[in-house]
Design a protein around this ligand. Structure first.
Ligand code: SAH
Ligand code: DHB
Ligand code: MG
Length: 222
């Protein structure tokens, strides 16, 4: 690991220690996901807290997530919900979905979080909006389709967050043939051209390396 990357990780851990503290349900979700052999690609703790804060800032009552993995970000999001609120999270891999359901139940959130198994492009058309917040974090090549669905299912004033939009800077390679990079670039073009949203993207460094988040505010219904 490069010296810089080590420093980024140390700062993330410092932020976690000082500002977030440690949490049994989230630590359990991370440990159980690792034990089940899931890849180590959940959001970092400080990113999970950011998602939680965004949900609370906008008073989100219904949240959509695309890409559940072991339910780590889902737990951060579901915890932001008021009584009667709902998180719907979509996961392709049945094994990931099963681990996520167990982690969500262990966190005491089974009453407000539903994991739907299947390819998101098959399950999104079965959902009823509106959602207040969407978090897109699945296969990056489909980001343009996920963004179109999230927008369709959002209310005015809603927020759409997309993970992994920088990928160590690979996003700026206009010649890239990598379908994930193409998906992210196309997403950015869509957000720029779409009059119903106002968007930005932020680079992040930390335990997850150099990556970034896009955030779009839905400013109009049509
Ligand atoms: N949001 C999670 C991380 C998700 S990782 C967290 O931060 O904790 C990406 C997930 O998307 C993986 O579990 C992967 O199986 C899932 N995925 C990939 N392709 C998908 C598809 N077509 N539909 C739904 N989920 C998909
Ligand atoms: C990958 C996916 C993610 O959602 C992430 O946060 C990091 C990496 C991946 O597929 O490599
Ligand atoms: Mg991600």
């Amino acid at each position: 690991m490069s010296e810089k990357r080590e420093l980024w990780s140390d700062v993330d851990r410092y932020v976690e220690d000082v500002l977030l503290g440690h949490d049994a349900a989230l630590d359990h979700a991370a440990t159980a996901s690792r034990a089940a052999g899931l890849p180590d690609i959940a959001v970092a703790p400080n990113q999970g807290k950011l998602l939680n804060l965004i949900a609370r800032m906008i008073g989100a009552r219904r949240i959509l997530e695309v890409g559940t993995l072991g339910g780590y970000s889902a737990i951060w999001l579901a915890r932001a919900l008021p009584e009667g609120g709902e998180l719907v999270t979509l996961e392709y891999d049945p094994k990931h979905a099963e681990v996520a359901r167990a982690n969500i139940a262990a966190a005491g959130l089974a009453d407000r979080a539903t994991v739907i198994t299947g390819a998101a492009l098959d399950t999104l058309p079965t959902l009823k909006g509106p959602f207040d917040l969407a978090f897109i974090d699945a296969d990056k090549k489909s980001n343009p389709d996920y963004f179109a669905w999230a927008l369709k299912l959002s209310r005015k004033g809603g927020v759409i967050v997309v993970d992994n939009v920088v990928r160590e800077g690979r996003v700026i390679d206009a010649e890239s043939r990598d379908e994930n990079v193409l998906g992210i670039r196309r997403l950015n073009e869509m957000m720029a051209a779409e009059t119903r949203v106002s968007a930005t993207a932020l680079q992040t460094v930390g335990v997850k390396g150099h990556d970034g988040l896009a955030i779009a505010l839905v400013v109009a219904d049509e």
